[in-house]
Design a protein around this ligand. Structure first.
Ligand SMILES: [Zn+2]
Length: 392
């Protein structure tokens, strides 16, 4: 595999079904802090140590450094304290979300037909599952499905294979969405992509040529148990839902559970942490299922793409080390080309670079793992076209 990328997708306004969560985040706020001095970093870490703070970006207090935006969710009971501490410090800060409950309620699906699947709302897992079965049988010449294993709670992980049926072996791209449960825009993107690919095949010349010469494997929701949990119980859940006797905390961070510099940097060995790396590499069955599928199809899979939210970043290896990847200059060229392609339509600006230096180090990520699995190693159409022209 020559390319492995992590795309961060910006959230867009969409609607959904969240009635059970009402009043859950009453009076909570999200702050954006801008640390520019070491004292600011220390202040944020002290806050994290002393009160319950949910890190949205970066993903944990250990990853806080100067000159990055730090977004934190603060429970109602700490609001006065946090506001006072921030006012007394000289660190620049603002309230990003004034009323989280109102924002979550705003995602509620209150359209006339709330139960139907839609490409412009956040679908429940049940809706996505029926969508998977209907779309995969819509055109047998262009799409098929296969179950690559079950989740911890027994839900089938179905990979969709897009591409013109062919008798000869075709190079392929693997793309997954929804590794992190609460990043709802990510699975929404994978569903959008599948529809876009199928509906523009035959009319869009690039898509037609792409699907004629290559296959694209799409895993619409990686962390299904977690995703379902965010719809039914806790909108802010991030990890898997696995249990282990002896620990009262549930789940591990699947994007810290891959065997790539596992648990060395930017990951926690505390099972209660949101960035818990798991008990062993691939301890999470969802991670093992995906890793096994990619290992089995290693010869044909030429690129791995994983979609996260929220920010506008196109990241490539490495995240577990500051060392540059062997193909750094080529990866940079491709990422910059993809960013330019993304910008061409609506002017959306994506920043690109290696994970560790562009945002923060984090070990055990799927992109690093996929990259290292390959001998060496790539917005989606651009990357695919590049792979198509440069087969290894
Ligand atoms: Zn993520």
């Amino acid at each position: 595999m020559k390319f492995a990328l992590q795309c961060e997708t910006q959230t867009v306004a969409v609607v959904l079904h969240l009635k059970s969560l009402s009043c859950f985040y009453l009076s909570e706020k999200v702050f954006r802090l801008k640390p520019v001095l070491d004292e600011h970093v220390t202040l944020i870490k002290d806050l994290a140590k002393n009160i319950e703070v949910d890190f949205w970006s970066p993903e944990s207090d250990e990853q806080v450094t100067i000159d990055i935006d730090v977004d934190i969710r603060v429970p109602a009971r700490y609001l006065t304290l946090v506001s006072t501490v921030l006012q007394q410090s000289d660190m620049e800060h603002k309230v990003l979300i004034e009323d989280l409950q109102a924002a979550v309620d705003g995602q509620a699906d209150n359209k006339p037909t709330p139960r139907a699947h839609s490409y412009t709302k956040y679908n429940t897992w049940d809706d996505i599952q029926s969508w998977i079965s209907s779309i995969s049988s819509s055109d047998s010449d262009l799409i098929s499905k296969q179950v690559i294993g079950n989740t911890y709670e027994g839900r089938p992980m179905t990979v969709l294979k897009l591409g013109k049926k062919s008798n000869s072996a075709k190079p392929a791209i693997f793309m997954d969405c929804g590794i992190h449960a609460r990043e709802w825009i990510s699975p929404a993107f994978c569903q959008w992509f599948v529809n876009e690919a199928l509906s523009t095949y035959g009319s869009d010349s690039q898509m037609t040529s792409l699907l004629s010469q290559m296959d694209v494997y799409v895993l619409p929701v990686f962390n299904i148990d977690g995703y379902d949990y965010t719809h039914k119980s806790n909108r802010m859940w991030r990890k898997t839902r696995s249990r282990k006797s002896g620990s009262h905390c549930t789940g591990a961070d699947p994007n810290r559970n891959f065997n790539a510099g596992w648990c060395t940097l930017g990951a926690s060995s505390n099972p209660c942490s949101d960035t818990f790396c798991g008990y062993t590499p691939e301890s999470e069955i969802e991670v093992e299922n995906v890793a096994n599928f990619i290992r089995r199809n290693k010869d044909s899979i030429k690129a791995y793409i994983t979609i996260h939210s929220y920010s506008q970043l196109l990241l490539f290896p490495y995240s577990y080390t500051y060392n540059l990847a062997a193909d750094h200059s080529e990866l940079m060229k491709v990422a910059q080309g993809a960013s330019a392609a993304l910008r061409s339509l609506y002017g959306t600006r994506y920043t690109s670079g290696p994970g560790a230096t562009t945002i923060y180090p984090a070990a055990g990520g799927s992109d690093d793992w996929a990259y290292d699995l390959g001998e060496t190693m790539l917005a989606v159409k651009y990357i695919a076209a590049y792979v198509q022209k440069n087969l290894y």
